[in-house]
Design a protein around this ligand. Structure first.
Ligand SMILES: C=CC1=C(C)c2cc3[nH]c(cc4nc(cc5[nH]c(cc1n2)c(C)c5CCC(=O)O)C(CCC(=O)O)=C4C)c(C)c3C=C
Ligand SMILES: [Fe+2]
Ligand SMILES: [Fe+2]
Length: 365
């Protein structure tokens, strides 16, 4: 239970601040098996991600997966690694900096905007602790997942709650549950497609590929499937695309169970075999490029489509640092800050120190 540092005190004189914390999934520290193993161990030990009872799952995880997958995943990470690190981390860091700038221009320069990763570093508890030490008495948590899923969004909230469960004097917390239908997010996606078409012409079909989840989670009531469909419909409408010009698919299946269908790669292979010459592929569920988009889609799926007779495969990058997207994100943040914008944050107080001072001065309680 002593996983986290003790909470920092709010000291008198520290100016009160409102914090905004972007949280993404996280990456290993390096594209090596040694770095991928602890990352995968943490990720795949999360009961929100793998919902198999621990006595059944742990021998599989420790006996098979952690002995075989790290080297294979590391080789994939190595193909997309950037000079500054994993693409997911690099983009999340840049998005944070740009968001702080946009919010600053909207008169919110004193917001403390930071980022953390659910798995790997910097961890959610470490960043929350830093934010509290810097006077954040209110914190808006922004899981960087447009579509809510228990395995992603709820897992971030679990981690925040687990951290705060060890704190006596907690900040006020709000969070963004989803933004799958936010007009600014849909408009930025649509413009990214139009920008691509302007430079490269239009393909025969636009494939919107979302990360999959086990089919069972839909049957148990997870709204993820419906939110992916809502995003795809809104995007197709914004682009004025008739039904036969686009398709939604799910990628990144993990394990042997059935996942949400149709699967991305088999769909692309079938399209190529049926004579579709050119596809444009977009991953609207990922606000930042990462292993799953740059390796699985832009490399593996391209190869699969071309090997089955397709002629042109175009990958449309994620929103990353696009101005229209960061502007939309700043709107999402402002909407959720709501009445925090008009009420000053409570002054941070180190109550333990106040009590001691009062005692010294002769107070009896
Ligand atoms: C976009 C939302 C995501 C959902 C939903 C999601 C569910 C989910 N993922 C796994 C297993 C793995 N995912 C991996 C990588 C990965 N997943 C997401 C996003 C979602 N996952 C991202 C952004 C990434 C990329 C991370 C990066 O560093 O770039 C991996 C690790 C890589 C590998 O070894 O393949 C695994 C494993 C499950 C089981 C799941 C739902 C239950
Ligand atoms: Fe994943
Ligand atoms: Fe994958």
């Amino acid at each position: 239970m002593a996983r986290y540092w003790p909470e920092p005190a709010w000291t008198h004189g520290t100016p009160a601040r409102t914090g905004v914390l972007l949280v993404n999934l996280g990456s290993p520290d390096a594209p090596t098996a040694a770095a991928v193993r602890p990352y995968l161990r943490q990720f795949l030990s999360d009961p929100r991600v793998v919902e198999i009872p621990a006595p059944v799952w742990w021998p599989i995880l420790n006996g098979i997966i952690l002995n075989t997958r790290p080297a294979k995943s590391a080789a994939k990470y190595a193909t997309i690694w950037m000079d500054e690190g994993s693409p997911l981390t690099v983009h999340t860091k840049r998005q944070t900096k740009l968001l702080a700038g946009y919010l600053g221009h909207r008169g919110l320069a004193d917001l403390r905007v930071d980022w953390a990763m659910r798995y790997g570093a910097p961890s959610v508890p470490d960043v929350l602790k830093r934010m509290k030490a810097d006077g954040c008495t209110r914190i808006l948590i922004v899981p960087m997942y447009p579509q809510y899923a228990a395995s992603t969004t709820a897992s971030v909230l679990d981690e925040v709650a687990t951290c705060l469960a060890r704190w006596r004097n907690q900040p006020e917390i709000r969070y963004v549950r989803n933004f799958h239908d936010h007009p600014g997010y849909i408009a930025a996606l649509a413009q990214s497609v139009r920008d691509h078409w302007m430079k490269n012409g239009e393909g025969d079909k636009l494939i919107m590929s979302f990360h999959g989840v086990p089919r069972r989670s839909l049957d148990l009531g997870d709204p993820y499937h419906c939110e992916c469909h809502a995003t795809a419909r809104l995007l197709a409408a914004e682009l004025d695309l008739p039904e036969d010009r686009w398709q939604l698919t799910f990628q990144s299946r993990f394990g042997k169970a059935e996942w949400l269908k149709p699967y991305t790669q088999p769909t692309l292979e079938a399209l190529a075999r049926q004579g579709t010459k050119r596809v444009d592929v977009l991953c609207p569920g990922f606000p930042a490029d990462c292993l799953e988009t740059l390796e699985e889609i832009a490399l593996e799926c391209r190869h699969a489509f071309l090997s089955c007779g397709g002629k042109e495969f175009h990958y449309i990058p994620c929103l990353n640092e696009r101005n229209d997207w960061i502007n939309a994100l700043s709107g999402i943040v402002r909407d959720h800050l709501g009445n925090w914008l008009s009420r000053p944050a409570a002054a941070p107080q180190d109550l333990a120190a106040s009590v001691q001072r009062a005692r010294k001065a002769g107070a009896t309680c």
